[in-house]
Design a protein around this ligand. Sequence first.
Ligand code: PMP
Length: 325
Amino acid sequence: MAFAEAQWIWKDGELIPWQHARIHVLSLAVQFGSSVFEGIRCYATSEGPAIFRLGDHLRRLEDSCRIYRIDVPWTREQLAIACGTVVERNGFDSCYVRPMVLRGYGAMGMLPAGSPVETYVCAWPWGTYLGDGALESGVDVCVSSWHRPAPNTLPSLAKAAGHYNNAQLIKMEAVANGYAEAIALAPDGRVSEGSGQNVFLVRDGALVTSPSDGTLLLGITRHTVMRIAQELGIDVHEQPIPREMLYTADELFFTGTAAEITPIRSVDRITVGQGTAGPVTRALQKRFMQIVQGEIEPLEEGWLSHTRALVDAPAVAATGAVRSG
Ligand code: PMP
């Protein structure tokens, strides 16, 4: 097992043992990938564990539910408390938190009426996503032969389980060919995103990232990096990126909750810049880690939700957790 199991999982208002979190094989989530989810990081801070941008993640979960016509019986505040409870009751200092809203066992066809909606919040310790040393030395990536789905096929703003079949094709091909990850192109051949990360490049001191074009997920880390760049006086351009700009970039990096800010040192075996994490990437990384670990004030109120407060004074803490949404 590549991860450590936790003790408790929150399921629709109660904590159940990890091993008991089972669903029927004919659940729509299993048959058709009818499930939406989030990936959130909780960091150790001097004031105990704190979940980063919890309100924004839960808002995106609600958006995903709305897009897929799923009625969630839980409010954002209730889910925020559930996330805090799972971290606290499992005794984690830092971990990855995975809320999921899925369609269960009932309907058999495409119409989900009759399948119950089930909500879970899981958490487990998760280290560096793209391998040991990735955050310092960077990773080698390729451009995937698989493209991202066109905007009128799957709604890329939803974080839905079924979409990750495409992501798995991208990731598996990359790893089979000896790369840590891949960058996928949009159907029009321009740069979209990684299998589970957004992509930024640095050219002449400015940041460039793909716009919200209906082929990529709007990452919360992407937004955080744009805000940090603004604070540091670095220009950010959201613009269509031709593939070859990846090769001519001074610096290149991934952003994502799991990947955090991971430098990319080569694309298709072409060295990016000097082949190491560049100065802009390092400056953003440093600021990002200071914010998520509570060492400096977050740029916006509500970015850090202390799990103890979510559990001890839920009404107040949960309101804080969603303020930035
Ligand atoms: N794109 C995809 C496809 C993802 O799965 C993720 C991870 N959630 C991201 C981008 C980055 O999003 P975030 O920064 O919100 O984790």
